[in-house]
Design a protein around this ligand. Structure first.
Ligand code: C5P
Ligand code: C5P
Ligand code: ZN
Length: 494
């Protein structure tokens, strides 16, 4: 095969980017090796919990003293609250790059994938010396955006942290956690595939026997949900005529002669024979095509599914989407440490507790979706929004915003912005979600959230496709005007 000159240049710059990231990971590993006591500070979602678990496990294997703290968001206030006393170094995972100015003076290393402060392509802080007046030695940052790799789709926080773990010792088994983090952050592309650097890590996991990839239905609950519920609760993608309609789902399966129960127990998707799966999928495809859905939509019902041979089938920990959902239900209710224990292999009471949290989490999401549907979505020219009042907890606002935008009931040509009253802080939590198409057309929600909130004395950041902020109460309308103006510029200014 002959490669075009253009492809050669792209390949070469990718290889160089990886080499530069490896150098940086080595430098961070050295700083960690040089100390005894480390405090890990991480984000509360599945990617944050797996990031912290990778960091924790890698350090623990070296005999270091390690503590972990989970935070909803890194903001000036909670950075001031971090007690450095007793630790030689702080390791921020899955956060930090968007808050570099607040970290000034802290002795820390960062492995993050959020859009960083400063220009994305700029060299990392350490190399810039005094330009931004950061102390040269104190902050060492590894972030894919600094090297031309997209932190929203090609490398998660857990993946970034895994690169450092790889320099600390033989930690290739932790590739499993990096896969869960990337899946939890919705980094898989259509067809379920992890791409970019995430994919290299996935392949490492497959080679080591820690991860298995197979082709299956891209639906949630393949191992944990009763068969009809997999269809009834399908939300990404929606199954028209089935999603939300229990009877329709049961009738659909009965019409196909699929036994629903075995020994009095609901059957699960993974227990179906290949023939039964094929029957269901082809009948689903037919149903969708008849209703006018495109062959592409139908094609996206099947794709790559990742699982872990060392976990028990049906335990919620065997398949990546289920594992990450379980972790999300811990972190979002201030129980990140339960998720961390599960990740590092402590099960029993932790797993029971996490499953209870999951039930609660799913109920909270249903209640929030109902509330938003009853209140309605308000459309502006360049965005749409809703206000969760004090009904939608701030910790699930982002998840709910993404679910609403993906629900099939709203226009997807405008980004979705959402507000809710923050639980334990005076102010308003903002979330925003876009689509891949909007991002291709210039949308960058991270910039919208950080700039518009800053102008109102708030803080914000994230990724081009999904970002958040915190603003003072009563400033919602002003924020919307600013955001609308900026989104218009992003989408029309190119
Ligand atoms: O803080 P963190 O980077 O871990 O979170 C990323 C967020 O972006 C997640 O809530 C994830 O669901 C969201 N996301 C999304 N759509 C994508 C990629 C990420 O909603 N395509
Ligand atoms: O909170 P939400 O899920 O909407 O956040 C979306 C993304 O924006 C996450 O990756 C989150 O870490 C990031 N974010 C941020 N700074 C904030 C709020 C959210 O970087 N103040
Ligand atoms: Zn993340």
């Amino acid at each position: 095969m002959r490669l075009s000159e253009e492809t050669k240049v792209i390949l070469l710059s990718y290889i160089m980017a990886l080499a530069r990231m490896k150098e940086r990971a080595k430098r961070i590993a050295q700083r960690l090796r040089d100390v005894d006591e480390v405090l890990i500070v991480s984000h509360i979602d599945a990617d944050g919990i797996t990031s912290a678990s990778i960091a924790y496990e890698a350090l623990r294997r070296m005999g270091k003293e390690v503590e972990v703290e989970f935070v909803k968001q890194l903001e000036k206030k909670n950075i001031d609250d971090i007690d450095e006393e007793g630790y030689d170094l702080i390791w921020f995972t899955d956060l930090g790059s968007g808050q570099l100015t607040h970290l000034k003076g802290l002795n820390c290393v960062i492995t993050d994938h959020h859009e960083p402060q400063g220009k994305a392509g700029e060299p990392p802080v350490e190399d810039r010396g005094n330009i931004l007046s950061y102390s040269r030695q104190k902050i060492s940052e590894l972030n894919p955006h600094r090297h031309g790799i997209d932190g929203a789709t090609e490398l998660s926080g857990a993946g970034t942290t895994y690169l450092v773990a790889g320099e600390l010792g033989d930690n290739s088994d932790l590739s499993k956690l990096a896969v869960i983090g990337a899946v939890g952050d919705l980094q898989a592309s259509k067809k379920g595939r992890l791409i970019g650097k995430n994919r290299d890590i996935l392949e490492e996991g497959v080679t080591g026997g820690y991860v298995k990839k197979k082709t299956d239905a891209l639906l949630y609950g393949l191992e944990s949900r009763p068969l009809p519920k997999v269809l009834e609760y399908a939300s990404d993608p929606i199954l028209p005529g089935l999603t939300g309609d229990e009877n329709a789902c049961i009738n659909f399966l009965v019409d196909l002669d699929i036994p629903l129960k075995e020994d009095g127990e609901w059957r699960k998707w993974y227990q179906l024979s290949s023939d039964e799966k094929r029957k269901i999928m082809s009948s689903l495809a037919k149903k969708l095509l008849e209703r006018g859905y495109s062959p592409r939509y139908v094609d996206e019902l099947v794709g790559e599914v990742y699982s872990f041979p060392d976990e028990e089938v049906g335990s919620m920990l065997h398949e990546a989407k289920e594992f990450s959902t379980l972790l999300n239900s811990c972190g979002r209710y201030k129980k990140g440490e339960i998720g961390l224990n599960i990740c590092i292999g402590n099960r029993e009471e932790y797993l029971e507790e996490a499953k209870k949290m999951l039930k609660g989490h799913q109920q909270v999401l249903v209640d929030c979706m109902n509330y938003v549907e009853s209140e309605g979505i308000i459309e502006k020219d360049y965005l749409q929004y809703f206000h969760g009042g004090d009904e939608v907890p701030d910790t699930v606002l982002g998840t709910v915003t993404g679910m609403i935008l993906g629900s099939g009931d709203v226009d997807r040509s405008r980004p979705m912005i959402a507000f809710t009253v923050s639980e334990d802080r005076d102010g308003i939590k903002v979330s925003s979600r876009g689509t891949k198409r909007l991002v291709r057309n210039g949308l960058d929600l991270s910039k919208v959230m950080s700039r518009c909130s800053k102008e109102l004395d708030g803080e914000g950041g994230g990724h081009d496709i999904a970002a958040g902020a915190f603003i003072p109460e009563g400033k919602e309308d002003e924020f919307l005007d600013k955001a609308e103006h900026m989104i218009k510029e992003q989408l029309e200014g190119r």
